[in-house]
Design a protein around this ligand. Structure first.
Ligand code: NAD
Length: 236
């Protein structure tokens, strides 16, 4: 039987590339995004199911999981990918920007995990992969609040890896470097000018797929241009 996948932030960039990759492999997909038109269009193209919603609201994750169960009868793979840069300048603090970044990048992941676990258990196991970032492993000074949120989700993955493995549920993260998606559109020309290599969304989607099937619980894969994804080795 083909897998049933749920992908957040599915309408663009890395989420859309993962949706294409999983659908090409035969998965049936529930695609969640804020962008109504884009997510509907992609679902039509891939023969999947769209949900327009904001991952900062718990109800969105719960509705997405319910939609997978109602439409396809099970849930196997969950890609918690929706994310934004924060742009928070701590010297001119903007509480709304801060709350939004924490809401999307952290709450969205926690709500996604909480909503998915009962369904994955019902399906006899499965896998969750979070799109973190290299900024989840190193102190990226370009956006300290973004860096904080990505460290937080790597911590969540590491803490849940062993307990979930006992239920046959794998949880992992991918940590890509800069990737050529609309998220970095403002920086794209600077990168090009400097000859700085960017990942493609497809490179990251391939890493997401390998993280779904990684043998090691809690695999945190570093994704960089021109290299195969490698598990990050934490000290201690
Ligand atoms: P993107 O902007 O192309 O796609 C993000 C998608 O998420 C968009 O379709 C957007 O509408 C959706 N989204 C944003 N907020 C949402 C919300 N609250 N609820 C539902 N959907 C929402 O960006 P991308 O580069 O594909 O980013 C995907 C993930 O990859 C993010 O978590 C990002 O932090 C991470 N990442 C990106 C890069 C990069 O350089 N592009 C590098 C490392 C990690």
């Amino acid at each position: 039987m083909s897998s049933v996948a749920l992908i957040t932030g599915a309408a663009s960039g890395i989420g859309a590339a993962t949706a294409h990759r999983l659908a090409d492999g035969g998965a049936r997909c529930v695609l969640v995004d804020l962008d109504h038109d884009a997510v509907e269009r992609l679902a039509k193209e891939l023969g999947g199911t769209a949900l327009t919603g904001d991952v900062t609201e718990r109800e969105t994750s719960e509705r997405a999981v319910a939609l997978a169960l109602e439409t396809y009868g099970r849930l196997d793979l969950v890609h918690l990918n929706a994310g934004i840069v924060s742009g928070v300048d701590l010297s001119a603090f903007d509480p709304e920007r801060y709350r939004r970044a924490v809401g999307v990048n952290m709450d969205g992941v926690v709500f996604g995990v909480a909503a998915a676990l009962p369904a994955l258990r019902r399906s006899g196991g499965g896998a969750i992969v979070v799109t973190a970032s290299l900024a989840g492993l190193v102190g990226y000074d370009g956006d300290p609040v973004y860096t904080m949120t990505k460290h937080a989700v790597v911590g969540l993955v590491r803490a849940l890896a062993q307990p979930l493995a006992a239920d046959g549920i794998r949880i992992g993260a991918v940590c890509p470097g800069f990737t050529d998606t609309p998220l970095v559109s403002e920086m794209r020309e600077t990168f090009r000018g400097a000859g700085f290599p960017l990942l493609t969304a497809e490179d990251v989607a391939a890493a997401v797929e390998s993280a779904f099937y990684a043998e090691e619980p809690g695999a945190v894969l570093v994704v960089q241009p021109g290299r195969l994804p490698v598990p990050y080795r934490f000290a201690g």
